[in-house]
Design a protein around this ligand. Structure first.
Ligand code: C2E
Ligand code: CA
Ligand code: CA
Ligand code: CA
Length: 275
């Protein structure tokens, strides 16, 4: 029994060691991935719910690592945040997305995810400003998606940065609304232009009374604060119908369009979502 315990212990040490080693290896891979051209962006439409009109697209990063294949951003973004590689990756994302969007018909918008580490980098506002100038994209067509978790680390600094960003004319959306903490006070304290309800609240919103009540409350909050609400993760017609009936303005999700490459003009001019 004693030997067994020892073996078990050794097994866990080895397993944990392997996991930590793989994480460090991925950190190194991420440091080189921009230069090695391993990232690309896909774009998912954001549509007006009542009429189905395409308002813009969210840029989502994809990483094709030669040995690993496709690695989900949910896996590698946290590692890139921890190692600091997210700064360089985030700059590549913003530059690529803005350059792409500059070729779209006005007034289509581009939404770009920004992580907490980027937001707290002292160069952030300057980097955004320079990227806009280089791409020629009008600042009002760029929207940065920021989660609450990004704000709570250093609220005063986050607020100062958001104000600088807004002064450039860039818009900011609160991402993953409902999944963080102290959502309500954050909505008041920070100058957001939009609320994105997290997809986990949209799943089965048409069939689950409690989830429906939460989504209705967020929509009421948006109306009261004068902020448009975007529902993410819309996967079915019934979910879309519920959101339309509750006067949710904007939707995003597989039912309205999967993330993909921008296939030219035709793809951008969308068709009606409901009628
Ligand atoms: P997010 O910002 O909440 O993005 C929405 C995620 O939901 C995306 O996953 C998208 O592909 C997926 N999605 C869209 N429609 C549906 C739907 O109808 N059903 C379901 N189940 N999922 C849907 P993805 O692309 O894997 O990205 C995951 C997360 O990684 C993002 O969540 C975001 O937090 C982060 N991320 C992605 N790209 C970037 C980036 O360029 N920079 C940063 N910092 N983070 C990024
Ligand atoms: Ca997002
Ligand atoms: Ca989300
Ligand atoms: Ca997210």
């Amino acid at each position: 029994a004693k030997a067994d315990g020892k073996d078990t212990c050794r097994f866990f040490e080895t397993a944990m060691g392997a996991e930590a080693r793989d994480r460090r290896l991925m950190e190194v891979e991420l440091r080189h991935a921009v230069a090695r051209n391993e990232f690309r962006l896909v774009y998912q439409p954001q549509k007006e719910i009542s009429g189905g009109k395409v308002l813009g697209f969210e840029a989502l990063i994809r990483w094709e690592q030669p040995q690993r294949g496709n690695v989900s951003p949910a896996t590698f973004i946290p590692i890139a945040e921890e190692s600091g590689a997210i700064i360089q990756i985030g700059e590549w994302v913003l530059a690529t997305a803005c350059a792409e969007a500059a070729s779209w018909p006005n007034p289509l918008t581009i939404a770009v995810n920004v992580s907490a580490v980027q937001l707290h980098n002292p160069n952030f506002t300057g980097m955004v400003h320079e990227t806009l100038l280089r791409s020629g994209l009008a600042p009002g067509r760029l929207e940065l998606e920021i989660t609450e978790t990004a704000l709570v680390k250093d609220m005063q600094r986050a607020l100062a940065t958001l104000r600088q960003i807004k002064a450039l004319g860039v818009r900011v959306a609160m991402d993953d609304f409902g999944t963080g903490y102290s959502s309500l006070s954050n909505l008041r304290a920070f100058p957001f232009d939009k609320i994105k309800i997290d997809g986990s609240f949209i799943k089965s919103v048409d069939r689950n009374g409690q989830i429906a009540a939460i989504v209705r409350a967020v929509l009421g909050l948006g109306r009261g604060l004068g902020l448009p609400v975007l529902a993410e993760g819309v996967e079915t017609l019934d979910e879309l119908k519920f959101l339309d009936a509750e006067a949710c303005q904007i939707g995003q999700g597989y039912f309205l369009g999967r993330p993909g490459p921008i296939g030219g003009f035709a793809k951008i001019t969308g068709k009606k979502a409901i009628k």
